[in-house]
Unconditional design. Structure first.
Length: 454
């Protein structure tokens, strides 16, 4: 059977896909009840479960994971003797940040400039829709030739490890011959790409205390230690003058051997302002795929509006450290904690709390499943050959799955190309990428089934 019916079928399904993504994006499914009601995540989970039931999945279940969230599971049996493929996505999303900075409401899918805007449109509610499109196209063209398991996580963005812990406690649940993680993205729009590596991460909260209470800055300033000033000093110790991450004992000079990221393209993708320099040293690929990177992602301090002339008694910050392949996230956590504790200025009392951690990941892109994916992408993207790149983000579940199922092949694809602006305001997805990657996934499943029957 030729690929043309698959592409035509997926094209015919795109209006339905847009309607479904609109419904799914409408859930404010941030997996942090301090920011959004837990019912938003529960509603999104039920929506995903209902979608699987409508596609004749069996054993559909809302799995209560140890971190208090729900992952959605379903199983679609294939022909006798067919291999099993696990398809992964997540329905939880990052907070919308400053909603006033969005050009359209973050939880209303809005079409603009040929893209669909909304929080989670690419990362990763669109990934679940991609899986549905691929399966529907196969069902309309001879049937799904493999057994399919789907797992849709509810707390990936929080890094709290609920699904990893659940999988470790129920190792039989997600067994598969091949695993497709639908949570990365092409190097650029129109260039089919599989992700070869992921950086891991560790997340720490640090609190500094210097005074019993706030003080008048005129009466005591200049001698009394200000906790906010101490925090600024401490956080500054995490970077060199050129912006390179500097955590005592952590290797920061690894080089990336593979597809490169030209600086001019990176500046454009990252929307770096004219005249502002990039940070760090080495190639862009070295910096974002092969080396650690520290980021202060939150800090508790008085807002400018309503600020009083006071010395602060306490200050708190949240720090993310991306950990490249070849380094251990647990060891990086120890080094970062020790660095913070040893660099707290003026004898400030310091408390460090770990709130998340995930190991880096490296895929075996020489495995047979990648050949099937390369053939599929060649058809879905005429005239283009599949590329492999790194990704600076983290998907902690990958290492859990690799450890539980060492014989399974793991492929990483998805909709989060640079223009998607995931984790930022005005996140969007390219409907053309959604369509082409759905075709590629459908063809991959067919190719993979045929390769196993040879």
């Amino acid at each position: 059977m030729t690929a043309r019916p698959i592409s035509e079928t997926v094209a015919s399904l795109m209006p339905r896909a847009k309607a479904e993504l609109t419904e799914l994006v409408a859930f404010r499914s941030v997996a942090d009840p301090a920011q959004f009601p837990k019912s938003e995540c529960e509603g999104a989970a039920r929506w995903v479960a209902d979608a699987l039931l409508a596609e004749d999945f069996q054993d559909v279940a809302l799995l209560d994971t140890p971190d208090g969230t729900q992952s959605v599971y379903g199983y679609l049996p294939g022909p006798a003797g067919a291999p099993t493929v696990l398809l992964y996505a997540h329905y939880d999303v990052q907070p919308p940040l400053d909603e006033s900075a969005w050009l359209s409401p973050p939880f209303e899918l809005t079409e603009r400039d040929g893209r669909w805007f909304g929080r989670g449109a690419a990362d990763c509610k669109g990934g679940f829709i991609m899986h549905l499109l691929a399966l529907r196209a196969l069902k309309a063209n001879g049937g799904v030739p493999v057994s399919v398991k789907v797992i849709v996580e509810g707390s990936e963005e929080q890094g709290t490890g609920g699904l990893e812990q659940y999988a470790e406690a129920h190792p039989e649940l997600l067994t598969a011959d091949t695993i497709v993680i639908g949570d990365t993205g092409n190097f650029r729009v129109g260039l089919p790409t599989v992700t070869a590596t992921l950086r891991g991460m560790t997340m720490l909260r640090v609190k500094l205390d210097t005074l019993e209470g706030n003080l008048h800055s005129g009466q005591f300033g200049g001698a009394a230690p200000d906790a906010l000033a101490a925090m600024i000093e401490l956080l500054a110790s995490l970077r060199a003058a050129d912006g390179t991450t500097t955590v005592d004992g952590l290797t920061t000079d690894t080089e990336w051997d593979g597809l490169q990221y030209p600086e001019d393209e990176f500046r454009k993708d990252a929307k770096v302002l004219d005249g502002v320099e990039l940070i760090g040293s080495g190639t862009v690929a070295d910096r974002i795929w092969a080396r650690p990177a520290v980021t202060v992602i939150g800090i508790d301090c008085p807002p400018v509006v309503g600020a009083t002339p006071s010395l602060q008694a306490s200050a708190r910050a949240q720090i993310s450290l991306r950990v490249p392949p070849g380094q251990d996230a647990a060891e990086a956590t120890k080094l970062l904690t020790a660095h913070l504790e040893s660099h707290a200025p003026w004898g400030a009392r310091i408390a460090v709390e770990q709130v998340g951690q995930g190991q880096p990941f490296r895929a075996d892109i020489t495995s047979p499943a990648y050949t099937s994916m390369a053939d599929a992408m060649r058809v879905a993207y005429p005239g283009e050959e599949m590329q492999s790149s790194g990704m600076g983000g983290s998907i902690p579940l990958c290492n859990t799955l690799a450890s539980l199922y060492p014989d399974a092949e793991i492929l990483l694809i998805g909709l989060s190309e640079p223009e998607a602006q995931i984790h930022a305001v005005n996140e969007s997805v390219s409907p053309e990428e959604l369509e082409r990657l759905s075709v590629a996934e459908a063809l991959f499943l067919r190719n993979y089934a045929e390769s196993k029957n040879v």
